[in-house]
Write a protein that binds this ligand. Sequence first.
Ligand SMILES: NC(=O)CC[C@H](N)C(=O)O
Length: 305
Amino acid sequence: MQDILDEIVATIGASDSRGQPANYIPQLACIDPNQFAITVAMADGRVYSAGHSNQLFSIQSISKVFTLTIALGKLGDSVWSKVGREPSGDPFNSIVQLEHEHGKPRNPFINAGAIAIADAILMGHQPKETLAEILQFVRFIADDDSVSIDDKVAQSELATGDRNASLAHFMASFGRLDNPVDCVLGTYFHHCSIAMTTEQLAKAGLFLVDDGRNPVTGARVVSPQRARRINSLMLMCGHYDGSGEFAFRVGLPGKSGVGGGILAIAPGKASIGVWSPGLDDVGNSKLGTEALEKLVEHTGWSIFG
Ligand SMILES: NC(=O)CC[C@H](N)C(=O)O
């Protein structure tokens, strides 16, 4: 495995066609695009990394896997009265479907859906309390107490978050939010601003590798049925309007973020964190996707055989 990762770093990680870092969040726009990291956390506890795997990056929408997991824990199946579970086929920050579908987002991973999930887990609490709970959960699943929120990124999103504010107000106009829009957005922007390394991220995904239980720590996080369902949502919706392309090329449940990270799950085998800040046209890590494609080619880990 180490040889495979070293080769991926030497070839894909050195590519000069890297895509562009997200430019609508100023704090992300200034990240050096020449960085690349990959970590494979195996179900048996072995961890392999290559590249800048100790560099913290903004996990952005990857955090939506964690907030969905928390929401399912708190609300159970009534989460599905708040968000759907169909691919949107639209960009992550699109507003068009919301009007036709009466303010109910297609799935929990597009921005509107994740804002609805942030509202669901707030349950009348202050954003600070809910964020502490989210952070505690991520630290628990990653088995790492150092995971934190990058406040500069959160402030940068807040300052330029007109589109997300529009989505939230639009949903509120349909009576779909239970908490004040400002509290919901504050929670959303901050959980998107959690900073992690690929190693922390890969470890955090381990519970989705082994039927909802972290195979290394032995901690049960969710039931096997719930883990399967989260993986299915990642496969169908984790890369927005690039989800079909990702399934076609990589064949694993995956969740991307505009910080350039991707968490991918090879059920029964490994959790993979990859990061390269340059994005493709739909906002998914360009080299991250290429690296996963290569990894799956070498390992045969595609869920489609
Ligand atoms: N795709 C993403 O990672 C988007 C998340 C980002 N925080 C936003 O709201 O735009």
